[in-house]
Every structure is written in C-alpha cells, then in structure tokens.
Design a protein around this ligand. Structure first.
Ligand SMILES: [Zn+2]
Length: 215
C-alpha cells in the first residue's frame, strides 16, 4: 500500500535543538556595557534557550512515561503516547500519525547530549513560563542571565545543596569550558549591579559544589 504522505519514521523524525554557541553569548554580553543590546541577537539566544528548555522537559516527561510524538508536534498537535513499562524493546506507536520507535531507539536520540533535567527543573520551567512574557530586549536579557546561572540541586538528602552548574545543559562545550566562558563574560558589567550580584552568588555556588564541580 502506498502512503499518501511520506513522513519520517523512527529516529529520523526526532530532532532536538542544539545548545547555544559560546560565541553568541560572548557577543551578547559584550553589547551590555554599550547599552545597545542587539535585539536580534537577544531574540536568537533567548529563543534557542527556550527550545532547549522545552526539549529537556519533553525528555523528562518521556522518561516518566509520556512520549511526545515529534511528527504530530511539528504539525501543531500535542500528542502524548503512554509507555506501558520500562522495557527497552517496547514499541512506542502514535495512534494519530502512525509514527513508531522502540524506547531504546528513542533514548539513543538524546543520550549523552546534556538533556538531563536533574535538579534544575524548576529553573528550566521558570524560564519557559517567564520568557514569553518578556517584552523589551532588556527584560529578555535578564531572563537569559537568570537561566544560564541556574544550578542543579541535590534531589534527595540535601535539596538545597548545589551540585552542578546548569549552563552545560544550555551552552555547548564541556562543563569546565562553559563555566570558564561564563566567568569571562558575565558579572563584569559594573553598571548593572543585578547581573554582578547574580554572578557573584553563582561563583559562590560553584565553590560550594566542591568535588562535583571543576575549579
Ligand atoms: Zn503522531
């Protein structure tokens, strides 16, 4: 039987947004002291981070048993498929469009790509809620700055203990490289004490994270 529409199947249908490039953030922060934020760059970075946070939450839901069909999603329909258990070979099948994939193959699309929600879910969700409400470039810049300074917190015994900077989930590179980049570019805007203070608090958390964190 011939398909009326040729839709991508299996892993080919699954696309995850990349992390933001460090060079984009460098240019963005370099524009702060001039008080002439590049509006297009703010939007590019802000929306890229939004898509990244969305993907992190989508993957969390899938791990909890609800897989968002990527084919329906691109067509503007939010179709979740319930997983029956934890078997790697379980076939996930979309009743709406027919897309299907095994759970093992689906996992392969996002593993080792820094999509773990971990203990930073509150920060990612806060950005998803807040960013669309930002109107001016400066409001968006503040939301971006808050997000990339988020931290993962210990999920179990010490929920207030910072364990790992969340920037590596959002910005390309290894954790140590991304932390170094943030130390170079943020918190150096003397005329904006809010940003300076946030960066200072973030550095204190990096130290508190101890052995979990590169110096
Ligand atoms: Zn579907």
């Amino acid at each position: 039987m011939e398909n009326a529409v040729c839709l991508p199947t299996g892993r080919a249908a699954v696309r995850w947004p990349p992390r933001v490039h460090k060079s984009q953030l460098r240019r963005l922060y370099a524009s702060i002291p001039t008080d002439q934020l590049d509006e297009k760059l703010v939007d590019d970075v802000g929306i890229s981070l939004y898509m990244r946070c969305q993907a992190i939450i989508t993957i969390s839901k899938a791990r909890q048993g609800q897989v968002l069909c990527p084919v329906c999603n691109r067509a503007g329909r939010e179709q979740f498929i319930s997983r029956r258990g934890h078997a790697r070979e379980e076939l996930i099948h979309c009743p709406q469009c027919g897309w299907e994939i095994t759970w093992a193959d689906y996992q392969r699309t996002f593993q080792k790509k820094q999509f773990n929600e971990g203990g930073a879910g509150e920060g990612f969700r806060r950005y998803l809620e807040h960013y669309p409400k930002c109107r001016t470039p400066w409001e968006k810049m503040l939301a971006i700055d808050l997000l990339i300074h988020e931290f993962h917190y210990s999920l179990r015994s010490e929920p207030d203990r910072p364990t790992r900077a969340a920037c590596v989930n959002l910005i390309e590179g290894r954790l140590a490289d991304v932390v170094r980049c943030l130390n170079e570019i943020s918190g150096v805007t003397g005329e904006h004490p809010e940003l300076t203070e946030r960066h200072r608090a973030w550095k204190a958390k990096c130290i508190a994270a101890g052995n979990w964190h590169p110096k």
